[in-house]
Write a protein of this length. Sequence first.
Length: 477
Amino acid sequence: MDTLAPSLSPDLRDRFAALVDPRHALTDPDLIDPYLHEPRDLYAGETALVLRPGSVEEVSAILTLASETRTPVVPQGGNTGLVGGQAPRSRAEILLSLSRLDRIREMDVAGRTVTAEAGVVLERLQAAAEEAGLFFPLSLGSQGSCQIGGNLASNAGGTGVLAYGNARELCLGIEAVLPSGEVYRGLRRLKKDNRGYDLRNLVVGSEGTLAVITAAVLKLFPRPAGREVAYVGLGSPGDALELLKRAERAAASGLTAFELMPRIGIEFTLRHTPGARDPLGEPHPWYVLIEISSARSAEDARQTLESILEQGFEAGLVADAAIANSIADATLFWKMREEMSWAQKPEGGSIKHDVSVPVSRVPDFLAKADAAVEAAMPGVRVVAFGHLGDGNIHYNLSQPVGADKAAFLARWREMNAIVHGIVASMDGSFSAEHGIGQLKRDELAQAKQGVEMELMRGIKALFDPYNILNPGKLVQV
């Protein structure tokens, strides 16, 4: 049962505050406020106390006391999550910020691994790998502020999944604090380890409901000798899918990104993003961003990319294309893709869907979903973009021009039901990479009825018998 206590008692608040440096136990509402607002403004958090521990031992002490006193604790990384998983729901819940656990403990160049604490910002980890002559492939629009612990807790995806996998596949080992305060020390660097159940893979993707990740061992890769990017205009998602097949045949694992974008999303980005410009001279209904990486040379990557585009032109799939001739060009191409999420906000209300279907069904999904949402809401503006290479589409609906924002957003669940129903008919998922959090918790319970949901609840109860760790998120108990 989901019950929310009114507030943390002053005595209990003081006991928790005493477990960390006084400067890092925040009770001033003005200091707490930045932790309570998530990017979509869907959830306004509440808490009477933010704790910012500086060590694993302090995290352990906090959770030990929480277990003894049955006090709920909400872990938070960079606060970039999009489903409300990081938002405390009442003043009785303590917000546990991992941002001070920000050391890169070890860079193993020979073994191609890095051991990093949960609060390390993703962009900083990417830079550290680069300095060591290696490459960390997790890449997200929020990489300047999201943190490794949150990336793992949400099993983040991003643009590199096509070649390198999501966060779970990039993780070899974790250190985590259980709700009891016990520390699971699993910072292993082994690529083969078949000793029983994989607790790492249970905790990764559990959205802070089973344990608090404090550090992880992550895979690094050889830095590509060459990386080339093209911005391609074409007529339809079907053309994009056919071009993807040709790119996979030509480049194999060297195809490191294949992103799909609609013209309306490009127009939003041009309208609302400083410095954005259209890389192609004429508008096209759809676009793809193709990245080819080569371990051999920049010339090899360039030749492969040119061959793919030549095939596309000859087959009538590609209407126009531009290959980046400089870092500035490549940055612009990626900016047009990465800013598309944020460029929707100035256009008014946006109903978001983070879905996946089998790659071969993406064009069919888009056609059916477009027709269904337009029939339900004439004038709705569909901004469907994302990772065509792995079937993950961010199917977002911007309000009709001139519509009332509140009235539009009030139809969120109705539009979700339409889109998610089509996804389900194609054996897809209504949560591809953003997670469940609060936003999709009830829908998960409906989708995973029977033994699957009971097993999930059983795992939660085993790890967290008092339901103190991020309660009300992911799994309702």
